[in-house]
Design a protein around this ligand. Structure first.
Ligand code: SF4
Length: 90
């Protein structure tokens, strides 16, 4: 298996959450759609520090695409898996 390219996404630090009518909160609502809790049960601070979101941040700090993001068609993941042009061959 080829080594995974180093990759970083700022979404876990700066991105929007979506809040659904039932109070459930989703991180990265456009792509990964990770459920991180419910506003009926948790504060914003608790949701911000939800274990799944912390794990996603930790993965990006180490330059690795987290499992929740792998296979998504967002620009970060698509670019990470796109072939690169080797300038030395030009
Ligand atoms: S799915 Fe894409 S945009 Fe969303 S957090 Fe993961 S890498 Fe970032």
């Amino acid at each position: 298996m080829a080594p995974q390219p180093e990759v970083f996404c700022e979404e876990p630090w700066t991105g929007l959450f979506s809040v659904n009518a039932d109070g459930s909160v989703t991180f990265c609502p456009c792509y990964a759609k990770v459920r991180i809790g419910n506003l009926k049960d948790s504060t914003i601070q608790e949701l911000w520090n939800a274990s799944e979101l912390v794990e996603i941040r930790r993965s990006f700090v180490h330059g690795v695409i987290p499992p929740q993001c792998e296979g998504q068609l967002c620009p970060v993941v698509v670019n990470a898996h796109s072939p690169t042009v080797d300038d030395s061959e030009a």
